[in-house]
Design a protein around this ligand. Structure first.
Ligand code: NAD
Ligand code: ZN
Length: 233
């Protein structure tokens, strides 16, 4: 890294978990694990077919038991532990591989598979089993628990904290994301606007590649440990 860097924001997407064995959002067939996004990832889909949507996230949640963090998650956790300046890891992923690798300064902007959200009172509770529709909330008692996933059309979590961090950032890194889903896809533009250096690590050029000062193409398990070595050198 060729300039003084103190504050870092790192955005991660499904690509960082691909080598752990979790399918990315839009596979080659344009589907997420065989489903159209509109059928499993919108409030309308949940209202129309709660059984299908709950089952879909039950399957994704169950899958977490059989996967583990890869060297990219581990390198970011090591960076988090060692970095003396500000650092914020913002993930679009709903898996828990960053925290299982040990990352602490982490925001799950699109929710978490291992969490259930009460649509009646807004309380979120940790959830590792399956979640049938009509499950009662332990807070208010109403049968409105749903997967704690931010659907298309819903507001991502902690947008103010993320925006504040990007505005203080000297370096913004995007890892394993297609750059197709807003608002996350727009973070690089804020980062550029405030003069941060911008770097993309991805298997192939993303939709917003041209916004980045530098793009490195390759698998996250190789590129991320390499970047962390550079930053900690
Ligand atoms: P995406 O699937 O749209 O894009 C993934 C990107 O990662 C692609 O550009 C691909 O080229 C790249 N990639 C694939 N393998 C890679 C590797 N080994 N190393 C580096 N890059 C690699 O994913 P997205 O942009 O994160 O889409 C967003 C939505 O998908 C998120 O909202 C998220 O909630 C949801 N999602 C999450 C998971 C998860 O939690 N693991 C999995 C699938 C989808
Ligand atoms: Zn409730």
């Amino acid at each position: 890294m060729d300039r003084d860097i103190r504050n870092i924001v790192i955005l991660t997407g499904a690509g960082i978990s691909a080598e752990s064995g979790l399918a990315t959002f839009r596979g080659p067939d344009g589907l997420w694990e065989g489903h159209r996004v509109e059928d499993v990832c919108t409030p309308v889909a949940l209202a129309r077919n709660p059984a299908l949507v709950h089952r879909f996230y039950d399957e994704r949640r169950a899958k977490l038991g059989g996967v583990k963090p890869n060297p990219a998650h581990e390198a970011l956790a090591a960076l988090d532990a060692a970095w003396p300046g500000e650092l914020l890891l913002v993930t679009q992923n709903v898996d828990d591989l960053h925290e299982r690798a040990g990352a602490k300064r982490l925001i799950h902007m699109h929710g978490e598979l291992r969490s259930a959200l009460c649509a009646a009172c807004g309380k979120a509770v940790s959830w590792t089993a399956s979640l049938p529709p009509e499950t009662a909330c332990t807070g208010c008692g109403k049968s409105r628990l749903r997967p704690d996933i931010v659907f298309f059309g819903e507001m991502p979590y902690e947008m103010d904290a993320i925006d504040d961090a990007i505005r203080r950032a000297d370096l913004f890194v995007s890892i394993g994301t297609s750059g197709a889903v807003y608002p996350a896809a727009g973070f690089v533009q804020t980062a550029r606007h405030v003069g941060a250096r911008t770097l993309e690590l991805n298997l192939d050029p993303s939709a917003g590649s041209f916004y980045f000062d530098e793009s490195r193409m390759g698998p996250a398990s190789v590129l991320v440990p390499q970047l962390v070595r550079e930053l900690l050198a």
